[in-house]
Ligand binder design. Sequence first.
Ligand code: DC
Length: 231
Amino acid sequence: MVGQFIVTIDGTSSTGKSTIAKRIAKKLGYIYIDSGAMYRALTYYAIQKKYISKFHFDKKKLIKDIPNIYIDFQHNKVNNNFEVHLNGISYENKIRSLEVSNLVSQIATVVELRKQMVMVQHFLGKNKGIVMDGRDIGTVVFPNAEYKFFLEASSELRAKRRYDELVKKNKEISFNEVFENIVSRDKLDINRSNSPLIKASDAILIDTENLNLDQVESKILEYINFSNLNS
Ligand code: DC
């Protein structure tokens, strides 16, 4: 058992970050926090309030409404996960829809929202013992984290993995739709001016192109155990 550390896992969408982060947290006896779920919950809220759609985005109205939006995580005893809650309610399935996926990167550009989310993320990490995945966790949220990883793979492979996952869940979707969503999200996440997706200079890069989930997990755990034994 290692001590209480902060482990960050960043990278482009559909690199398997959340699955890996969940597994690492379980092995270390830490809590796992999916920071992307926070931006997804905000997107779901903005859609419900009609602040955003495929055709428009009323950023000003959303920003004005920030005092009415409360995002936190609550423990789900059934699956032992911490789930994001929007004003006290979990919308786990709804925040994973393609509609939310297609709009979330626009919502994630709003600086005022990011500030609020980083405050919640800092609160969650105050006692350490946490694995958090996202885009800016090792750079902006926890720049002093003990262990930082950055996962990457080609867009074609990521789209294929995501497409296979959705087909398994009986979602009717084309490979092209999934591919386009991944490419356009990456573009917005990488090019936004505030907290863009970028590898922290001290993060360990893991190219998952030719690795399965077990291999990625082993690599990360080996690294944590090795440096922990040698510190
Ligand atoms: O990890 P995900 O695909 O569920 O994340 C959804 C979106 O949220 C992603 O396109 C970018 C944004 N995001 C972010 O800007 N910062 C984070 N720390 C996590 C996610």
